[in-house]
Design a protein around this ligand. Structure first.
Ligand SMILES: NC(=O)c1ccc[n+]([C@@H]2O[C@H](COP(=O)([O-])OP(=O)(O)OC[C@H]3O[C@@H](n4cnc5c(N)ncnc54)[C@H](O)[C@@H]3O)[C@@H](O)[C@H]2O)c1
Length: 343
């Protein structure tokens, strides 16, 4: 343990809470209370993760009043994020919450306003940002290693048999999963989404009620194009959960596939020999230092904010742009036309 003196109240004791308790413990953050509509589920998690002295309750307001934590961790279902996070912000507490920020844009904008109005930090945990290979890819693009960015492609194909709320959602891929890939596209490109044309569909043989597959074309504000092809209903030859990426610039290409470190090729500098294919050379990319990944990486940014005031990269104003990509894609698919992306 690092022995921080911070404490938190966690709301939501479902599946994902199991990924949060180990980093909270590792960073010495005391979980003062675990709030859930299902106290028996919360009690089981308290036992499983040895959360000593952690109160189990269904009453968030009372828990905040009693424990006065340094921050709140919102791990409830997307439909509950608005109510839970706004209640915590209005009571004067910082919040780190699970993606997606909300189940609709109006609620997400209300949450951002609540953070502003109450002068509190609200950051969203986009866990897939905190991967060394993703940071390396971002740095390589930002440093101009492939020249000026022209296009990004992401392929995501997994046959996922969840058997829970996702099987019944209208847009399980776009709302619950693609938010990660869209957020990564913003991270890698450093660009903002401008417009989208999307097609959502439910493939033959699907076990989903909604549409678990989509193809989306985003125009980014730097003139580059982000193309996304994804499905949670694709049996065999799975891609990485992070998606398999091709990032193209006017001087080279980077690939990040199967959770391997990025690799790529650049034009041989100074070579102007006329030929059908230009001469290329492998890009030398320095492997990044070890880092805390996933929820642990997100948590470290919240703790750094508490210590120094440094703004986390996924604070709510920024994250609203990733969420806007999701809802613009869903709306485009419904209307069957290109739409402007509005955060
Ligand atoms: N970052 C990732 O990779 C990742 C992976 C899985 C899930 N998630 C996200 O985590 C969140 C939770 O997912 P999950 O799989 O744990 O869901 P879950 O259904 O297993 O658990 C959610 C829990 O929240 C509780 N809850 C709901 N409304 C509440 C409220 N108003 N007050 C208190 N408790 C409430 C439910 O009783 C349940 O125990 C979702 O937003 C999901 O998208 C993120």
């Amino acid at each position: 343990m690092s022995g921080s003196s911070f404490s938190c109240v966690v709301v939501g004791a479902g599946g994902i809470s199991g990924a949060w308790f180990p980093p909270l413990r590792a960073e010495g953050v005391r979980v003062a209370a675990l709030v859930d509509l299902r106290p028996e589920v919360a009690a089981a998690q308290v036992g499983k993760f040895n959360l000593e002295g952690c109160e189990v309750t269904t009453d968030l307001a009372a828990a905040l009043k009693k424990h006065h934590p340094d921050f709140v961790v919102d791990l409830t279902v997307p439909e509950a994020h608005g109510a839970v996070t706004c209640a915590a912000l209005k009571a004067g507490f910082h919040v780190i919450g699970e993606k997606p920020m909300a189940a609709d844009m109006a609620t997400a904008r209300r949450m951002v306003r609540a953070a502003e109005k109450n002068g509190r930090m609200y950051m969203v945990s986009q866990s897939r940002r905190w991967e060394a290979r993703h940071m390396l890819l971002r740095q390589a693009v930002a440093a101009g290693r492939i020249g000026k960015l022209t296009a990004l492609n992401c392929d995501f194909y997994i046959g996922a048999h969840f058997g829970g709320f996702r099987d019944a959602m209208p847009s399980p891929l776009l709302l619950d999963m693609a938010i990660h890939h869209f957020d990564l596209a913003r991270l890698f490109s450093g660009a903002a989404p401008a417009a989208v044309y999307a097609h959502e569909f439910n493939p033959h043989g699907s076990w989903y009620k909604g549409a678990p597959a989509a193809s989306c074309i985003f125009e980014m504000n730097d003139g580059s194009v982000f193309t996304y092809r994804g499905s949670w209903c694709a049996e065999g030859c799975h891609t990485s959960w992070n998606g398999d990426w091709r990032v193209i610039g006017d001087r080279g290409t980077l690939l990040c596939e199967k959770d391997q470190l990025p690799r790529g090729q650049e034009l041989v500098p100074g070579d102007n020999t006329p030929s059908f294919h230009r001469k290329m050379q492998d890009l030398e990319l320095t492997p990044p230092p070890e880092m805390k990944t996933g929820m642990h990486g997100a948590l470290l940014e919240m703790l750094e904010f508490l210590r120094t005031g440094k703004t986390p990269q996924t604070e709510c104003h920024d994250n609203l742009h990733s969420l806007a990509m999701v809802f613009a894609a869903i709306a485009s698919a419904k209307k069957r036309r290109r739409l402007v992306v509005n955060a």
